[in-house]
Design a protein around this ligand. Structure first.
Ligand SMILES: [Zn+2]
Length: 274
């Protein structure tokens, strides 16, 4: 049964939040269930876990979840998405997600009708089947089925939220809004050098450990590498160490060090205090 205190219907909680009251705490049992399904959270230390949970509580108060495609939205779904979505901004703050509110959750992959004009002006219509999508200035769309496959370098939630970070300063181009200490020219040079190398490797038919979808364009490269950064940091750091170091500076996190020098996750600590 759903924890009654934690309805996903955000309006009442949002009003509470705007009134200056702290957001309702996520019940411990709910948080533990979400963390148990997300193996990459096991490497967080107790302080990081506590801060992630607090961030997720504010996130849930500020954002609005909507179900689509017949899905019944539950608190487990909302908390699992919030926990993953807040990991990238653990040390950046919620302002990085400040320009949008909606998250639409589908039960499975969903169809988005597209139309494009070719060079002769002829319209071509087709359906895109997606596990996630991010609309500039609008909501973020997630397949819950895919969100549950998080791990081993695949993480549709972190992927879509990384696009949101990228869009904070304009169109998605692989260059997110950088904080002080990071120059756009430095970021762009490192990202594009790694992107060009990766695209060549994919074109050459290499079976890459990093999802070859990253070769689509610099924006997808940033989003896929963000998945890798949190989920498979040893792979990212080994293949593109200079860019990995920049991601550490941007996200203000060091996932590989967190997992231990040999890249093996240390045993999970309890997700929350007593
Ligand atoms: Zn993408």
């Amino acid at each position: 049964m759903r924890d009654a205190v934690y309805s996903y219907r955000a309006m009442k909680r949002l009003l509470t939040w705007l009134s200056g009251e702290p957001p309702p705490p996520i019940p411990d049992s709910l948080w533990q269930r979400a963390a148990a399904g997300l193996p990459f959270l096991a490497a967080l230390d107790d302080d990081e876990n506590r801060r992630l949970k607090q961030l997720a509580e504010v996130f849930l108060a500020e954002k609005e979840f909507t179900a689509a495609g017949g899905l019944e939205l539950t608190d487990d779904i909302c908390v699992a998405i919030a926990a993953q979505g807040c990991l990238p901004i653990l040390n950046l703050g919620l302002a990085a997600y400040g320009d949008w509110v909606g998250i639409i959750v589908y039960p499975d992959e969903f169809v988005v009708p597209r139309q494009i004009y070719d060079e002769d002006g002829v319209v071509h219509q087709f359906d895109d089947i997606l596990s996630g999508e991010t609309w500039a200035g609008g909501p973020l769309l997630i397949s819950w089925q895919d969100a549950q496959l998080a791990g081993a370098g695949y993480n549709v939630v972190i992927h879509e939220f990384a696009h949101k970070l990228d869009m904070l300063n304009g169109e998605a181009d692989g260059v997110p809004a950088l904080h002080s200490g990071l120059a756009a020219a430095e970021w762009e040079a490192a990202l594009l050098a790694a992107y060009d190398d990766f695209r060549q490797r994919v074109d050459d038919g290499e079976n890459t450990a990093i999802d070859p979808y990253a070769s689509e364009n610099p924006a997808e490269f940033f989003a896929v590498l963000s998945e890798c950064f949190f989920d498979l940091p040893a792979v990212f750091a080994a293949e593109y160490p200079a860019l990995y170091a920049l991601f550490c500076r941007y996200y203000r996190q060091e996932p590989l060090a967190r997992q231990g020098a040999n890249g093996i996750r240390r045993p999970a600590t309890p997700a929350i205090g007593p």
